[in-house]
Design a protein around this ligand. Structure first.
Ligand SMILES: Cc1cc2nc3c(=O)[nH]c(=O)nc-3n(C[C@H](O)[C@H](O)[C@H](O)COP(=O)(O)OP(=O)(O)OC[C@H]3O[C@@H](n4cnc5c(N)ncnc54)[C@H](O)[C@@H]3O)c2cc1C
Length: 365
């Protein structure tokens, strides 16, 4: 096999959006290496598919708004079906919580509006914001659109990145060495495994979160809005398959090998939070239950850009709970770093790997 110009490690949404943006910028000689049997089988297929631009960190919020705009206006040549289903999103916060600092200045909705859609929703004294043009994302449509015409080699685990004179020049997969001019690490919850010899000292925390879809409930139409309750008792839900998709927003630090194993106590935990937010529905029966990884940097902002110590090595990692919403901007930023050696995006400097150089190893996993 002749050496590709760029190797991307990981065929999740981060790797896919980077590949797409590079191709748009004129780089077509790209090889995506994926350890699994298919692209996008991990966090990218196991999330809640919610588009939510109200994000606490301004750098990420900008990326979410920019990506949402792209998804909204994407042409049929990008994706056959619309990427966004704008069913609407309600975000709630406790009165006088710090959410007031980063949400739009005044709450523009009220609990009664949520209860008009979901009569079981708790009648609490909380602030409510309504985002009419947000809702859910077609995550498979988005992944397929980014991966169109890309070369993905599956069942190919990268064991290490190869360097020559402090510059990345390829990867080793088992006994095979694949050379490239640039290497991108986009391997989600496994990013700590590829930190050896780089400028990063295993700063990633892979955290497991469960999602449950209930058995069908009467009067849950597919076009009801998403509801996200922020604060100490964080919880969200939306319609799915005639029932509700629910997350109790658990976030246990785990070894990535166990990120998709079910915690035996999770149903009880989901029931207790459902009882708080949707009293009367805590006995709803699970139809599907799964979990996946959300991977965090120490400051919970993404890690996007050139490695601080190694030339030709780039990171698109730590996308936490916002990777689907922000994917377009992630790819644009990394492509700019790789093609132009600079990125003028207003969020670029906040997300540089350089900020983590002196951060000690975090989780030990
Ligand atoms: C329960 C849950 C709910 C979520 N809800 C939302 C939501 O509503 N909205 C939103 O925007 N985001 C949400 N997210 C977050 C979103 O899913 C992630 O931010 C995003 O999928 C991360 O994408 P990724 O490409 O970094 O990781 P992944 O999708 O995990 O991709 C990484 C890929 O790298 C591969 N890989 C790993 N190591 C190697 C190696 N050594 N060699 C080759 N390949 C390798 C893996 O097999 C994997 O396919 C949620 C996440 C979870 C878990």
């Amino acid at each position: 096999m002749s050496a590709p110009q760029v190797i991307i490690i990981g065929a999740g949404i981060a790797g896919a959006s980077t590949a797409w943006a590079l191709r748009q910028a004129g780089v077509s000689d790209i090889l995506i290496l994926e350890q699994g049997a298919q692209a996008g089988m991990h966090s990218t297929s196991r999330n809640a598919a919610i588009l939510r631009t109200a994000i606490e960190q301004p750098a990420l919020q900008r990326m979410a708004l920019e990506s949402a705009e792209f998804y909204r206006s994407a042409s049929a040549s990008f994706a056959e079906q619309p990427i966004i289903d704008a069913v609407g999103l309600f975000v709630t916060a406790d009165k006088h919580s710090n959410s007031q600092n980063w949400m739009p200045s005044a709450a523009n909705s009220c609990v009664a509006e949520i209860r008009a859609h979901y009569p079981n929703f708790v009648d609490a004294d909380i602030d409510v914001w309504h985002f009419a043009d947000e809702g859910t994302l077609d995550i498979h449509g988005l992944l397929q659109a980014f991966l169109k015409e890309q070369t993905v080699r599956t069942n190919c685990k990268v064991d290490e990145i190869i360097y020559s004179n402090d510059s990345a020049c390829g990867v080793r997969c088992g006994d095979e060495i694949i050379n490239a001019q640039q290497v991108v690490v986009a391997n989600g919850g496994w990013a700590n495994h590829l930190c050896s010899n780089t400028g990063l000292n295993q700063p990633f925390s892979p955290r497991r979160r469960h999602l449950m879809v209930s058995s069908p409930l009467g009067q849950i139409s597919h076009d009801l809005p998403v509801v996200w309750c922020t604060g100490d008792n964080e919880f969200y839900f939306r319609p799915e398959s005639g029932g509700l998709l629910i997350s109790a927003c658990d976030h246990e630090l785990v070894d990535p090998r166990y990120g998709e194993n079910i915690d035996p106590n999770i149903i009880e935990y989901i029931a207790s939070k459902t009882d708080h937010w949707l009293p009367g529905l805590s006995n709803i029966q699970p139809k599907h239950l799964w979990s996946g990884l959300r991977t965090f940097s120490p400051d919970h902002a993404f890690i996007i850009g050139p490695d601080p110590h190694k030339d030709n090595l780039f990171w698109a990692t730590g996308l936490a709970g916002h990777g689907m919403t922000t994917a377009y901007a992630v790819g644009q930023m990394l492509s700019a770093w790789m093609c132009d050696k600079k990125c003028t995006h207003p969020s670029a400097n906040d997300l540089l790997p350089q900020r983590l150089v002196d951060v000690p190893r975090l989780a030990g996993i």
